[in-house]
Write a protein that binds this ligand. Structure first.
Ligand SMILES: [Zn+2]
Length: 213
């Protein structure tokens, strides 16, 4: 799993406790500039797109093959979204643009909706988070699924290089099997119509075989 930082300014880390709110931050916030293209750091399949979330939670979830399963990489608070569910995205492919949403403090001051209404872009950022997709057999409504020691709403996990991600057992957005099959179908149709070569199709097929053998 890659996480490219050279073009980003990180403004908030996982579980950051700035003193203004409890440490419930479930991802990493970073800034490249309002309206600038948000690109993927890893190739994958779009698993979920949220266009109408509350508080500007417009987000894209990319399923990235990881350790024989999938990691769900989410890019949130986007202004524009250019991808759809089932689409295969390459590394460095643009999925959307940086938006001006979410709860943000700058220099100890909250960027309020009123400030944004007046044109402030000081709260512009992208929220990126990682979550392993687990194929759970049983979903219990209203109860926490507890695969790990639980401390609050989210479970912190260490991914690699000490990068920190989370599991939010109540909100699994994607069923990787369905999404992959949908992606395969789309890719197959594109190849059939002569719109694409078979390279992506072959990669996808390999992922499917590896994951569901
Ligand atoms: Zn965030």
């Amino acid at each position: 799993m890659k996480f490219k930082t050279s073009h980003k300014t990180i403004t908030s880390y996982f579980s950051d406790d700035s003193g203004y709110r409890p440490s419930t931050h479930t991802g990493i916030d970073w800034v490249i500039g309002y309206g600038k293209p948000v690109t993927t750091d890893n190739a994958g399949v779009i698993g979920h797109v949220d266009l109408n979330g509350s508080n500007g939670w417009r987000a894209v979830w990319v399923l990235v093959p990881y350790n024989g399963a999938f990691m769900e990489v989410c890019y949130g608070h986007l202004k524009d979204i250019f991808v759809e569910v089932g689409q295969y995205v390459l590394e460095d492919e643009t999925v959307g643009t940086e938006g001006n949403f979410g709860l943000v403090y700058r220099g100890g001051v909250q960027i309020t909706p009123a400030m944004r209404k007046l044109g402030s872009k000081a709260g512009s950022h992208v929220h990126e988070q990682y979550r392993p997709v687990r194929l759970v057999k049983r979903k219990t409504k209203g109860k926490h699924y507890r695969p790990y020691k639980f401390e609050g709403q989210y479970v912190e996990i260490i991914i690699e290089n000490n990068r920190r991600g989370c599991i939010d057992p109540l909100q699994f957005k994607t069923n990787p099997r369905d999404i992959l099959m949908e992606a395969l179908k789309k890719e197959f149709e594109a190849v059939k119509k002569g719109k694409k070569d078979t390279s992506t199709l072959r990669i996808l097929w390999k992922v499917v075989l590896k994951l569901f053998k």
